[in-house]
Design a protein around this ligand. Structure first.
Ligand code: ADP
Ligand code: MG
Length: 684
């Protein structure tokens, strides 16, 4: 395989090269493995009269009129007509030359997403081209790939570069899967798979049970991933770790809890206790549905570290969660004389200095933080245990860089990874190949029931009435406005609008607003105020999804619920039902609801079991979402989906068991192609 320089391709100069490197593309052949996240079907033109809301479609029409107008903001609005009807097309970003080019009677071909308006549908900033009579553009025969891209590298440009890369490199791309495996799994050649994955015909893509080229590449990625995980495990476990033998502090801590542990919590704590006694690093994954009580298990593990006069860290994906963990851990540990600190990014120099020195001199035993914990400045006196909460937001390389910071050069820290991702137990072992697994498979007793109802948005006033009653009783409410548009701008508006409407409908209620555009410390403040019942109602985007714990909140209202993934709805609902009171989850949808959408919402209504819900989610997903982004496992997978592709894992495990002996040299190259060597070797 020759790794021809990117700049050898037409249209790739230093600036574009830099953008491509951001996408992890360093050579021409890497372009072949930049795989589409989805496709657009531009192979036919739809009649305007047949458009329905929320579909991606291509239309061709004559410009009736095109004007720049002000409707709250500046926009370009164009009317198009074909023989079957009229369509309004709206652009928020445009320049004056564009408007000038769209004179009446110009023929325009548009591709974009429709949305519902009172008089039918309209299209918001589609891509378009002007069709001149003398150069009739033929329609493509294959689907148009959409690639993951980066700021400043337009999709059309990237598409062109990938296409050139394929032309140049396809013949030089080596088959890395051993022939026996390819045969046994019934695959075609790599070359064919690559050609088809970038440009399938609609028939190939939509009619195949499991799109074969994808299957072939997924298998290759999973094999590479397995091989990488095995290598990580082997390398990590060849290092010594501190044996943490004393564990008497657990008792004191359990005695201070306001509840008794569930059986699963006890079982898992014992598994951890046994692991920590050994002079080899623990590498354990703790799975537990939302609300199953993972935090207290983490605390008990940390108490063992403290008991042995060593330090432990608990790493959270957001500052919000880190603050919340700090609150809990302080409450439990400080009365026992164990110092607990929080390391986050927005501290004053002085505060930061104090905390860093407490960590360095060993004064602080329990350390909570976010990614700030990775920074080189942070030196530990004697770190023995690293716990990562909701791990899917951290890369495996980040986790590994932390376990090396024990304070001496020989040992690595024990690792506990906690996740609410519902992956069936048998699968977890293969999906997270480098970890042993523990499962919390029961919820604490004494929780109020959660009732879930599904209602259309024209009954919104009943919901407002219900939340008035609950807040009058002293309870609190989440009101979630999920991402509904592709632009952040519009999302933020959705939450803002709901906030304003609710504030005027309920003038006496104290309402907070939290969304991704707030500064981190404002976000945290709003959440803390909600936790302290200063806000009775919290309007939010999905930023509150992971881990927030406010037991007094008993209502979760989710707008546009038909647009969210089932697992995401389940995660959101997990924010209520955390106290003794009965809780209510209200899934509001926009009419009309198709059959699949109905079934999806009903699944969440009928079940509170995360495993069941994720299986149903899979069943109900259509072929168009074949390449959709879901939980990607420990190492960010590019195309494989652990749940969808689970059926391959037993075979893949078998192939990987003796891979290095049977096929010397190949695993290196597979890992290089799919995972990247830096993850496997850095810091291990
Ligand atoms: P998650 O697993 O989603 O992280 P948390 O650790 O946030 O769950 O726990 C959810 C809530 O349940 C917290 O308020 C916690 O104090 C409480 N909790 C944990 N274990 C028990 C238990 N054994 N009995 C009663 N409540 C518990
Ligand atoms: Mg949690």
């Amino acid at each position: 395989m020759k790794n021809v320089e990117l700049t050898g391709l037409k249209g790739v100069g230093p600036a574009v090269k830099a953008k491509l490197e951001k996408l992890n593309i360093k050579t021409q052949s890497d372009l072949l493995f930049l795989l589409p996240t989805r496709y657009e079907n531009r192979t036919f033109i739809k009649n305007i009269g047949l458009l329905v809301p929320d579909e991606e479609a291509q239309i061709e029409g004559r410009v009736v009129v095109c004007n720049i107008v002000y409707r709250g903001r500046r926009m370009m609005v164009m009317q198009l007509a074909d023989e079957t009807g009229f369509l309004t097309v709206r652009f928020f970003t445009f320049n004056k030359y564009q408007a000038a080019g769209l004179k009446p009677n110009t023929i325009v071909r548009c591709f974009g997403k429709t949305r519902k308006i009172s008089s039918g549908v309209e299209m918001i900033h589609p891509s378009y081209q002007i069709i001149n009579n003398n150069d009739l553009k033929p329609l493509p025969k294959t689907l148009t790939p959409v690639y993951p891209t980066t700021k400043g590298l337009p999709q059309a440009k990237l598409r062109q570069i990938v296409s050139l890369g394929i032309q140049e490199q396809l013949k030089q791309t080596d088959e890395l899967l051993p022939e026996v495996i390819v045969k046994e799994m019934g695959f075609g050649t790599l070359e064919e798979a690559l050609v088809k994955i970038h440009n399938p015909t609609p028939e190939e893509f939509y009619n195949a049970d499991r799109f074969a080229p994808l299957k072939r590449l997924v298998a290759e990625e999973l094999i590479a991933n397995q091989l990488a995980l095995r290598r990580i495990k082997k390398t990590t476990q060849s290092n010594p770790a501190q044996a943490l033998v004393r564990n008497t502090l657990i008792k004191a801590l359990v005695g201070r809890l306001p509840f008794t542990l569930t059986h699963s919590q006890e079982r898992v704590v014992n598994e951890i206790k046994e692991d920590l006694k050994k002079p080899r690093p623990m590498m354990r994954l703790l799975q537990g549905d939302v609300g199953s009580g993972k935090t207290v298990v983490a605390a008990l593990a940390m108490s063992i570290a403290a008991d042995n006069e060593t330090q432990s860290v608990l790493m959270a994906p957001t500052e919000l969660l880190a603050e919340q963990h700090l609150d809990n851990l302080r409450g439990w540990f400080e009365p026992l004389g164990v110092k607990t600190v929080l390391l986050k990014s927005n501290l004053t120099q002085k505060e930061k200095g104090l905390i860093l020195s407490d960590i360095k001199n060993g004064e602080a035993s329990i350390i909570v933080g976010t990614h700030a914990l990775f920074q080189n400045k942070v030196e530990y006196k004697n770190l023995s245990l690293v716990i990562v909460d909701e791990q899917h937001r951290f890369g495996v390389d980040q986790r590994l860089s932390l376990v090396k910071k024990t304070g001496d050069n020989d040992s690595v820290a024990h690792q506990l990874i906690m996740t609410a991702t519902p992956i069936p137990r048998t699968l977890a072992m293969t999906a997270y190949g480098d970890l042993d697994t523990s499962v919390l498979d029961e919820l604490p007793k004494g929780r109020g029931q959660i009732k879930t109802i599904v209602i259309p948005d024209d009954k919104r006033s009943e919901v407002v009435q219900k939340i008035t009653q609950e807040t009058n009783k002293g309870r609190q409410v989440y009101w979630v406005c999920p991402l509904i548009e592709e632009s952040d701008e519009l999302n933020y508006e959705a939450a803002e609008t709901t906030f304003k409407t609710l504030s005027s409908e309920l003038p006496t209620k104290k309402i907070g607003l939290v969304h991704g555009k707030l500064k981190p410390n404002m976000k945290t403040k709003t959440m803390v105020d909600f936790k302290n019942n200063i806000h009775e109602i919290l309007v939010a985007t999905t930023v509150i999804e992971v881990g927030v714990d406010v037991p007094n909140a008993t209502i979760m209202v989710i707008e546009n619920s038909e647009r969210l993934g089932l697992s995401q709805l389940h995660q959101l609902r997990g924010r209520i039902g955390r106290g003794e009171h009965e809780s209510l989850c209200v899934l509001i949808y926009k009419k009309p609801l198709n059959d699949i959408a109905k079934q999806r919402l009903n699944t969440v209504r009928k079940s509170v079991d995360g495993f069941y819900i994720s299986e149903k989610d899979l069943e109900l997903r259509g072929p168009g979402e074949l390449l959709g982004t879901r939980q990607k496992g420990v190492i960010g997978l590019k195309i494989a989906d652990i749940s969808r592709d689970a059926y391959m894992l037993p075979a893949i495990n078998r192939y990987c068991a003796d891979f290095d002996n049977k096929y010397p040299g190949l695993s290196e190259r597979l890992i290089d192609r799919w995972v990247g060597q830096q993850i496997v070797y850095r810091n291990v």
